[in-house]
Design a protein around this ligand. Structure first.
Ligand code: CP3
Length: 345
């Protein structure tokens, strides 16, 4: 049976692009909130395979998306490495900031095994998902995960993490190595459990000098992909170096990714011209246009479709769905790109 996401990722161009949205399973869906209420906290939720599988499938049932993305989080890897991670209401993730001295104490041995409920979620979802739909597994990019481990929370500038990289280059290399090894194992296990596609979320790739970008993002990503390929896994891998600017060109050519996800600010046609021939591109509807809806959204969808022409394209957002997004508008985008009558509100 045809699977449009896998067709695109093998280099085919389709007149109707397949579609899924980052954070498609989340707080904008009442059925998600209902399941969420039954979990002790967000991490417990991620480690409950029945619940996590159920919410992974919700956007497929409601919107007929072409891909399901595993319900989990990029910050489960630090847990596998022995760090404490909490999600606080209204704050987001909170970790104890790691010091250079603590890096040698990370529990690298068995890190991916300690978060094994995730693989059970993957196999439960794959068993229930139609063959025409792709299941996407993922991890965070080593740099993005490192920023949370070093800063202890989300930070607008990442200055503390960047200073750490400049001032403690050896400790930083050790931390990235631990993240590369554990993240590669994590993706390998997800693949073995039934993930069809793997994605690396490097959400904080912005604002890095080219030299730092290569050291913190490009080389570690290439190392993850080399490990996955050395394990005999040939599944497509999507890289998402969000906000990387022109550094994304080297990333596309030198990491071994199959396809690249573009953030909101990327002009897709110009971007495509810089990529390896026929590399599939994913993106990049402005999440704010999705929140606004109406004519603004209709025009923004048309613009992405126009910009993406001329090569393999997976329709997506430039970043994740926010809790205030209206269900009708997500439905309208799906209808629009499939040539139906969209009801934007
Ligand atoms: O995309 C999906 O639907 C799949 C599941 C998924 C989640 N997080 C679930 C989640 C994925 C792929 C992620 C990745 C992730 N997690 C990233 C990279 C992508 C990005 O958005 O840039 C990052 C940076 C994180 C770390 C993280 N997790 C933050 C900063 C937060 C808090 C922000 C918020 O919206 O509250 C989370 C929590 C989180 N991860 C939620 C979901 C659905 C919200 C939790 C809730 O239900 O309250």
């Amino acid at each position: 049976m045809a699977n449009p996401i896998l067709q695109i990722l093998s280099g085919e161009t389709l007149s109707t692009p397949p579609i899924w949205f980052m954070r498609q399973a989340g707080r904008h869906l009442p059925e998600y909130l209902k399941v969420r209420e039954t979990a002790k906290d967000f991490i417990d939720f991620c480690f409950s395979p029945d619940k996590a599988a159920e919410v992974t499938l919700q956007p497929i049932d409601r919107y007929d998306m072409d891909a399901a993305i595993l319900f989990a989080d990029i910050l489960l890897i630090p847990i596998g490495l022995g760090r404490d991670v909490r999600f606080e209401k209204g704050v987001g993730p909170v970790l104890d900031p790691i010091t250079p001295m603590e890096i040698s104490k990370l529990t690298l041995q068995g890190a991916a095994d300690r978060i094994s409920p995730v693989y059970e979620t993957v196999s439960k979802v794959r068993a229930r998902l139609d063959q025409s739909k792709a299941l996407i597994g993922f991890c965070g990019g080593p740099w993005t995960v490192a920023t949370y481990m070093i800063e202890g929370k989300g930070s607008p500038t990442k200055e503390t993490a960047k200073r750490f990289a400049y001032e403690n280059p050896e400790a930083m290399a050790d931390l990235l190595e631990a993240l590369v090894k554990s993240s590669a194992d994590y993706l390998i296990e997800q693949s073995k459990a039934g993930a069809d596609v793997l994605k690396i979320f490097e959400s904080w790739a912005e604002g890095l000098s080219p030299d730092l970008f290569d050291r913190l993002v490009l080389n570690p990503t290439r190392d993850i992909i080399d490990r996955i390929r050395a394990a005999g896994i040939n599944k497509p891998i999507i890289g998402f170096p969000r906000g990387a600017g022109l550094n994304a060109i080297r990333y596309a050519h030198d990491t071994g990714i199959t396809a690249i996800a573009a953030g909101t600010q990327m002009p897709l046609s110009d971007f495509r011209a810089t990529l390896p021939d026929q590399m599939p591109v994913q993106g990049n509807l402005d999440p704010l246009a999705l929140r606004i809806g109406g004519k603004v959204l209709r025009r923004a969808v048309d613009e992405v479709l126009r910009e993406a022409q001329g090569g393999p394209h997976i329709f997506n957002l430039g970043h994740g769905v926010t809790p205030d997004v209206k269900i009708e508008n997500v439905k309208a985008v799906v209808a629009h790109i499939r040539g139906g009558e969209p009801n934007y509100v």
